[in-house]
Design a protein around this ligand. Structure first.
Ligand code: BMA
Length: 308
């Protein structure tokens, strides 16, 4: 097994949150001053989402802050586009600050907000970096030829929902977009795919933990897979692992707010070569598991399928 589930999963549930929420899921996680910071999504009791913050010394036992970390903005231009809630945060560290990308929902569709923090106490919204309808934006924690790079997943009527790459000189204006990875027909990810955790640098390439969706007569199943991007040119995908690395199997992944979902927005590489992968179970609870980074890279290279 590539990912060893933590024995005390789920690690965070609604009862651990000191304000009223229905769920705790789809969290971005980073290391900050020897602590693990988790920014998680919660449905409020009206069904709209906000972001909470939890802190841990070991990456397994988290304590939630008294107040939410981010709620829909009260100032324009963000207010209009966050009216229905904010979801699925991803966090990276770059150039002395933490960048948080999140889905902003409104009557105009879903687009991506970018916020910055240096201390996880105060947070500044920077820009809305996509139009509608985009989700799952992860920014690479390094620049390429002086440009920031991101993976994202636009909605599309024409091809199955696929992963694109775009570049920016300033994090605000994005372009040079290119489709780089598509779902594969009659395969576990045939309906749609999307970036999950921000890419992790390894010796053999950038490891991209992504989600893939399969439609069944009983609803969709969300699983996790891995792809490997070229270190110098992340638009080049070296290999996509043919088989998933994680699927809903435990009771807390099979039954919940949305059944049969494992969905990752964050993973933390450790100095010993392991990586802690965090995922939401059934859109209701937070889980963690440990994997060996090089084994995930092997998984891409030993039995690859074509990215497109
Ligand atoms: C996706 C997003 C995720 C969610 C998943 C399963 O479309 O909304 O936040 O975890 O569906 O419900």
């Amino acid at each position: 097994m590539l990912i060893e589930r933590y024995k005390n999963n789920p690690i965070l549930e609604k009862d651990h949150v000191p304000y009223p929420v229905a769920t705790v899921h789809n969290a971005g996680v980073v290391k900050f001053n020897d602590k693990y910071i988790m920014i998680f999504r919660s449905h409020k009791l009206n069904g709209r989402s906000i972001l909470g913050l939890a802190e841990s010394d070991d990456g397994f036992n988290f304590k939630v802050d008294k107040e939410p970390f981010m709620v829909p903005a009260s100032e324009e231009p963000f207010k209009e586009y966050e009216e229905y809630g904010i979801e699925d945060p991803r966090i990276i560290f770059m150039e002395g600050e933490y960048l948080i990308t999140y889905s902003a929902y409104s009557r105009h569709g879903v687009r991506i907000g970018l916020a910055k923090t240096k201390d996880f106490k105060t947070v500044q919204r920077f820009s809305l970096i996509t139009e509608a309808d985009y989700r799952n934006v992860v920014i690479f924690p390094e620049k390429f030829n002086g440009l920031y790079a991101r993976l994202d997943r636009p909605h599309s009527e024409i091809s199955p929902w696929s992963v694109w790459i775009s570049y920016s000189p300033d994090l605000k204006f994005w372009g040079e977009s290119k489709l780089i990875m598509k779902p594969m027909q009659y395969h576990w990810d045939e309906m749609k795919i999307g970036p999950g955790a921000p890419p992790i640098k390894t010796k053999r390439g950038w490891l991209n933990i992504y989600h893939g969706v399969f439609p069944t007569m009983n609803g969709c199943v969300y699983r996790l897979g891995v792809a490997l991007h070229d270190l110098e040119d992340p638009s080049k995908i070296i290999a996509v692992g043919d088989e998933w690395i994680l699927q809903p199997e435990k009771e807390y992944e099979i039954t919940g707010y949305v059944h049969n979902v494992v969905f990752s927005c964050g993973a933390v590489p450790e100095e010993d070569g392991t990586v802690k992968i965090y995922w939401g179970g059934a859109d209701k609870v937070m889980c963690v598991g440990t994997a060996i980074l090089e084994e995930l890279v092997d998984h891409c290279l030993n039995n690859p399928r074509k990215p497109i």
